[in-house]
Every structure is written in C-alpha cells, then in structure tokens.
Write a protein that binds this ligand. Structure first.
Ligand code: TXA
Ligand code: MG
Length: 321
C-alpha cells in the first residue's frame, strides 16, 4: 500500500472508506494511527487483526472537537473540560467513564473510554469530514515501534490497511500522555509530551503516576515499543565497555548516542538531539533505522532522567532489555 497524498479528494475518499467499515492510517502529531469508525464494531475488529493486538487492549477514540466528549463519555467532569481547553487539540488522552452505546470492542470490555483531539491538520480535516469518532491505536504491529512517517506504516502494515494518508513526519514523535480521570485522584497511565507538572498546574491538584502493578494499558507492559534487535540502555561508561567487548567478539553493534562530546569508532552510530522534545521526535525513526540493519545489538546511551525526559525514558525502558 503506497501512501496517498493529502488532497480534498483523498480526504473525502478516506472518510468514505471509514463509513464503509475500512481501515485508514492517519497522521497525528504524536505517531501514525490505524483508524476505523469507532461506532462500527466490525470495522474496529479489523484493527486488532491488522495489528495482531490482543482483544482486551482498548483503543483511543479520536475526535474533531472537545464538545464531542459527551457523545462517548457517560459524564464529562470539570477536570476533563479544563484539560481539554488547556491541551486540546494536542498530545493528551483522557480516560473517562464510557457511555453504554460505546462498542465493547473499542474499550476492550472496560467501563471506560479513552478520548483525544489530535493536533494535526490532516487528522482534524478527516475527523471533521468524517463526522464521528475514529478509533485508532498506533499503526504498528503489536509490541513494536510506533510509526512516525507514512512510509513506516506502509512497511509495517502493508496491505492490511485500505489507505495511508501521508501527512509527513510526526512533529511530537512519541505517543500521547494518558491521564485516567475515573478515580478519586487523576493518574498518568503513560507519560508523554504533556508533563505531570503541566497537568497539575491546570487541575490545581496532585496527579499520581501509574502504579507498576496494575496493567491497564498495553503501553504499560514491560516490553513494548521494541525493535527486533536486542537493545540495551546503558550509562556512558558501560556503553563504552560493552561496545569494546562486543566489537572484540566481532559483533555488529549500532549505537544511539546522546552526549555531544562522545566520539566513538563505530560504523552504525546515530546521534540524537540534546533537547528532550527534539529527541522524542527523532527517537522512533532512529530505532527503526538501526533495527533494519540486522545488527547483533543496539546500545542506547542513557539520556538525562529529569521530568522533561520522562516520556523518552519510559519508551527507552520498554524498547530495551
Ligand atoms: O498518541 C497516541 O496516543 C497514539 C495516536 C495514534 O493517537 N495512539 C496510541 O494508541 O498510542 P495505542 O493504542 O497504541 O495506545 C493507547 C493506549 C493503550 O495503551 C491502551 O491500552 C490505552 O491507551 N487505553 C485505551 N483505552 C483505555 C482505557 N479505557 N483505560 C485504560 N487505558 C486505555
Ligand atoms: Mg501503540
């Protein structure tokens, strides 16, 4: 499946495919999504087939406007309205109690639903023309690296999808922050570009971080977002030792470097940006690039561990052994 250029005609065609129960890959500001009409259970079931995703893992419903929240959520708390006006369109997903009309296949049988208004002109255009909610997980095979270009989707899902809208590279590059608003205390289930402090500032209250014990989202599984090549996250000194050791053993090693000053004699070296947001935007593409080479291993230099690096560290933790 070759990606389709975005034109008024291709948007109309994509909306029509969705209405007919087909799958459309859509660009968002975070990662590409594999979309289906969220009100059509048969269409949504095709997403799980295409991804090889277990059926009990719920999907995010994408909307054009925050005012559509009430069509999917039983109750829209004040906290959701405040977060929507602060961060939507944007990389924030909210978990709310679902309306009984929301198909069980969308929510993985849970009583809650995940909602998001993405900040991407192509996604918003399609959502407006389509009119309803689009259920869309990241457009990758289950457990693998999320796609940040239309080409990644084409390589990974091929003909399992009926149309791939090419919106260019994703600007954010890591999946949305997920906040659960169904409990007493708001809880972050997955860190992303919108940070805990930003959420606390808008809500004027403490926001918890997910408990490690309660797996409610597949992004919370210990291994996810992973390349095929074994990848290791290590401090600079350890990375240097491992690189030397593996090179002596004749192993082919790829390295993702953070430090500006680190100079290595390594054929497959990619240097990622020093700014957290730029690092996020480049990370998945870099992992894919190294993964394609069929190397013995990938060594990733540990970036800083401050709050702004939380999403990066979360994804690196899951992509590595
Ligand atoms: O940035 C994103 O969020 C991208 C783009 C396409 O919007 N989507 C994405 O979808 O990352 P996915 O399916 O790969 O990850 C969504 C996460 C999953 O971990 C899922 O389990 C969780 O959201 N989720 C969805 N509904 C939920 C619910 N009712 N309760 C808890 N977690 C939920
Ligand atoms: Mg995903």
């Amino acid at each position: 499946m070759t990606p389709t250029a975005v034109t008024p005609a291709s948007i109309e065609q994509a909306a029509d495919l969705l209405h007919r129960g087909k799958l459309v890959a859509i660009p968002t500001e975070t990662v590409y999504g594999l979309g289906a009409d969220a009100s059509n259970p048969e269409a949504v079931a095709k997403i799980f087939q295409a991804k090889g995703r277990p059926a009990d893992h719920p999907l995010i419903v994408h909307l054009a406007y925050a005012s559509q929240m009430k069509d999917w959520a039983e109750e829209v708390p004040d906290s959701a309205l405040r977060l929507a006006s602060a961060f939507w369109p944007g990389p924030l997903t909210m978990i709310l109690r679902k309306k009984t009309s929301v198909p069980a296949v969308v929510t993985g049988g849970q009583e809650t639903v995940a909602l998001r208004v993405p900040d991407n002109p192509v996604a918003l255009w399609l959502l407006r023309v389509f009119g309803g909610g689009i259920a869309a997980p990241s457009a990758n095979r289950f457990g693998r690296i999320s796609p940040t270009t239309a080409q990644h989707v084409a390589e990974e899902l091929g003909d399992a999808v009926d149309c791939i809208l090419d919106g260019g590279p994703c600007t954010v590059g890591v999946e949305s922050t997920i906040i659960d608003l169904t409990d007493q205390q708001p809880t972050i289930l997955r860190p992303g570009r919108i940070t805990r402090s930003q959420l606390e500032e808008v809500l004027q209250r403490e926001v918890a971080l997910k408990s490690q014990h309660k797996i409610r989202a597949p992004g919370m599984l210990a291994s996810h977002y992973a390349p095929h090549t074994p990848a290791y996250l290590c401090a600079t000194a350890t990375l240097l030792e491992l690189l030397e050791e593996k090179s002596e053993q004749g192993k082919q090693v790829g390295v993702l470097v953070f430090s500006e000053s680190l100079n290595l004699a390594c054929q497959h070296l990619l240097r990622l940006p020093q700014v957290a947001e730029d690092y996020e935007a480049a990370l998945y593409g870099a992992l894919r690039q190294l993964d394609k080479l069929g190397l013995d291993s990938i060594l990733v230099e540990q970036p800083p561990e401050t709050e702004e690096w939380m999403a990066v560290n979360d994804r690196l933790g899951k992509a590595t052994i």
